[in-house]
Write a protein that binds this ligand. Structure first.
Ligand SMILES: [Zn+2]
Length: 248
């Protein structure tokens, strides 16, 4: 449930370049070429276009404190590169230690679901296998999510990394991925990711104006400019940070 307060309800038409803004609840505004509109003022964001690719949403939200659930990867650390970037920005982070070998995927998911509810999580981040869980949690709870080299096909990738669990257990979770709302997702991937080779699918499912490929980046989040990227996204998602300005 998106509970963010809207400050400005704007979008840009990619076809004519027009930037249009709805200033009050029932003010429906068309761009000058007529191919898209925005509506809802500061109450809600409603828009229309022939194709989602024809518009750039420029909604601005009030910055509010948000608790973030950070989910590390297979064999990763709770204080991984994503955690480090969030910590540098002064974010409120919950980052559980997860032993993916000691429990089934269903058990991992169920524990994470409980954490989302008990900790009142407002934003998710996930790296590699953590990105898989973050993506399906985002789909279920309609939460914004930031994915770092997400491993969206763990049944393909994990066996190569020495995982001995039953890979069939991932399929019911994988089936939830198509419910993910592209408008709430941001994703950064390394062009030279040497671990996850399914980023064609990542791009196909998730590409939007916040999708970034870092040509020299590898699998480790430490090889990606996460501080810069997260700082930009905290503004986009309206998350209040202690230090979000002036980072290059
Ligand atoms: Zn237009």
């Amino acid at each position: 449930m998106d509970t963010r307060r809207i400050l400005r309800n704007r979008l840009q038409c990619r076809l004519c370049g027009d930037i249009i803004e709805s200033r009050s609840t029932h003010e429906l505004v068309h761009c000058k070429c007529g191919s898209c509109f925005v509506d809802g003022g500061r109450s809600y964001v409603r828009y229309g276009a022939k194709s989602r690719d024809d518009i750039v949403l420029l909604t601005e939200y009030e910055e509010t404190p948000v608790r973030i659930l950070n989910i590390h990867g297979y064999g990763g650390s709770a204080e991984n590169a994503a955690w480090g970037a969030l910590h540098s920005l002064g974010c409120d982070i919950v980052s559980p230690v997860i032993d993916y070998d000691a429990q089934t995927p269903a058990e991992t998911y169920s524990k994470l679901r409980r954490t989302v509810k008990s900790e009142k999580i407002g934003l998710l981040t996930g790296t590699s296998l953590g990105g898989f869980y973050a993506a399906i949690l985002a789909a279920e709870f309609h939460l914004p999510v930031i994915l770092v080299n997400p491993c969206l096909c763990p049944f393909l990738t994990l066996p190569r990394l020495g995982y001995h669990g039953d890979i069939r257990a991932f399929f019911p979770l994988f089936a939830k991925l198509p419910q993910l709302d592209r408008d709430t997702v941001s994703c950064i991937i390394g062009g030279r990711d040497e671990v996850v080779d399914t980023h064609d699918l990542t791009r196909n499912l998730l590409e939007n104006e916040r999708f970034r490929v870092i040509p020299e980046g590898k699998h480790s989040g430490a090889t990606l400019p996460l501080l810069h990227y997260f700082s930009e996204l905290m503004r986009y998602y309206g998350v209040k940070t202690d230090k979000g300005i002036g980072i290059s």
